[in-house]
Each structure stands twice: as structure tokens, then as C-alpha cells.
Design a protein around this ligand. Sequence first.
Ligand code: SAM
Length: 241
Amino acid sequence: MRFDIVTLFPAIFDGYLSQGLLEKAIQRELVDVQRHNLRDWAPDTPHRPVDDKPFGGGPGMLIQVEPTVRCVEDVQAMETSSPPGSTRRIVLTPQGKRFDQPMAEEFATSQRLMLLCGRYEGFDQRVMDILQPEEVSVGDFVLNGGEVAAMVIIDAVVRLLPGVLGDEQSNIDDSFSRGNRLLEFPQYTRPREFRGHKVPDVLLGGNHAAIAKWRAEQSHQRTLQRRSDLLGDQTDNNPSK
Ligand code: SAM
């Protein structure tokens, strides 16, 4: 799978792409992450501006339509093995559809994702009108730029790609995964006891059926306590049941 990140700050991704699972996935050619500096599409003047004041006034600056559209079109043409229709263009914006696990699972089936990171007050509206991207938000808060949001999306998608995780089972049990509307059960590792806090006996007994039952109960209980919205009509305390 290929990611193309359009950003004014490509170096932000240096550390992230050179560590852990991402680094390994790139080395093993399971993913290809290309960064494109939007400023390379700016007019060839000393400051290479890509932003300007909003018409009608107001604070801040907006990223201009011309360099952005030209950049996206050029980046699209850089990789010709995937047909244009197979690239999903995503603009990161707090005004977009909320990113979640089902969306990550859907993105993981794509050949290519292009992620446009905004800065300042965001993009000129005509970027959206002309490119017709999907608009995606990582939550109801405002970040300084789309780079961290792009990392969130790449991170969530890459761990779903075949071969990326050492143990494929680990993302099946994950909270929210594959239609699973439950949070994951609590997990423990050594030591068996620390400051009087013991690992539950059931996990030490080697009875796999009992462990699976305990985990299913814990998942349900935890979801009920923390995120009963995920359970919908299945909640034990649903008065309509
Ligand atoms: N003026 C914009 C608004 O109110 O919708 C916010 C601009 S924000 C300061 C600058 C950039 O950060 C945005 O263009 C977007 O790319 C990114 N960004 C901020 N919050 C985000 C979020 N919750 N999800 C995704 N991207 C976000």
C-alpha cells in the first residue's frame, strides 16, 4: 500500500517513519510512504508563498488553491501502476467525518491513500470543490496542522495490513476491531503479583475455555462501564430489554 503525504512540514514525519512497526513495514516493502512538500509547488519567488489572507477579512492565512491542486495532480501522476480511481484523496480537517476503526479497516483495503495536511486556517474551499476529497477529522479538537492527524491514520491503517503485525491475532482482539463493538479485556504479564495486586487466577490455570469466557465477560463489563454507547440495545441495563 502506498501513502502520499502532502505537507508543508515533511520533516515532522522523520522520527515516526523510522521507528517500530512503521520502519519495519517500510523496510519489508509492505508500505511505501512518500512525502511531498507543498512548497515545491509554490511560485518561484524568494519566499515561495503557498498561503494568503482570506477574502472578506478575518484572522490567519489560508493555503492557496493553485499550488495545492497542481501538487495533488502531479503526485497522482507519479505512480502510474495504480489507476487514478484507486487513490483515495483525504483532506485532514476538524470539519470532516470522524475517523474510527471501521474507516481504518476500509482504508486498509485501498491501494493508495493521499493525505493532505492543512496548516494555518486550512485550505481554500476550492481545493475541496475541485479535488472532491474525503474530509476526515481525528476528533472534535483543533490541531495546529494535519500532520499528526495523518500519522494517526497511517498508524491505524498500517497495523491492519497483512504481514505487518508479528501475530495477526493481535488486531482481531483489539478494541473496536472487525465489527467487534467491545473494548478489549484487561491483560497482565509478569510478575504474578506486584504490591499486593495479583493476576486473576483464571489466567494462570491454563484452561483455555475458562480464559476465553473470562475475557468475553471482562470485555462486556468494561464496555458497559466505559462505553455503553458501543453496546447500543445490547446493554444489560437497557430498560427496553
Ligand atoms: N480553521 C480551521 C477550522 O476551524 O476548521 C482549523 C484549521 S487548523 C488550525 C489547521 C489544520 O490542522 C487543518 O487544516 C487540518 O489539516 C488540521 N487539523 C486540525 N484539527 C484537526 C482534526 N481534528 N482532524 C484532522 N485535521 C485537523
